[in-house]
Design a protein around this ligand. Structure first.
Ligand SMILES: [Zn+2]
Length: 145
């Protein structure tokens, strides 16, 4: 795959591997990434415009570098982190919560940086919704912001 190869209407392979040459999903992981883009991300892009993937597929090395656990869905091609500028991300979060199917949706707010983590699977989506609170407790809690 080349970075500029489209894997869905809007998203390129490069965007989903963060343009890292040594960050290669397996064939099965690439299938999942492609499904996530076509069934989930393209719709977000249609509704809200330019959608920036701040993290997508991560192999073991990059997952570790991100400080994430080995069970992360980023390592399976099932999760992305997204950011959309010029809009309150809580609106995007609520839109997804109310209108879309997903496995896990997390509103992340870390050191003043905000993004949405979302995972999507072809089957068995749990529709689990969490908010990360970057206060003295630094913990995830269920439900909306
Ligand atoms: Zn994430």
């Amino acid at each position: 795959m080349n970075f500029k190869d489209k894997i869905s209407r809007y998203f390129s392979y490069g965007e989903l591997v963060l343009y890292r040459k040594d960050n290669n999903p397996s064939r099965g992981e690439l299938v999942k990434l492609t499904q996530l883009c076509n069934n989930f991300l393209d719709h977000v892009r249609d509704v809200f415009g330019k959608t920036i993937v701040t993290s997508g597929y991560r192999n073991k090395k990059y997952n570790k570098a991100a400080g994430s656990r080995d069970t992360s869905q980023h390592m399976k091609g099932e999760a992305v982190d997204i950011y959309i500028s010029n809009i309150d991300m809580r609106i995007v979060f609520l839109y997804i919560y109310e209108n879309m199917d997903y496995d896990q949706l997390i509103f992340e707010n870390v050191n003043g940086k905000i993004w949405i983590h979302v995972s999507w699977k072809l089957k068995g989506n749990r529709k689990s919704t969490l908010t990360y609170r970057d206060n003295e407790y630094k913990k995830y809690s269920g439900g909306l912001i």
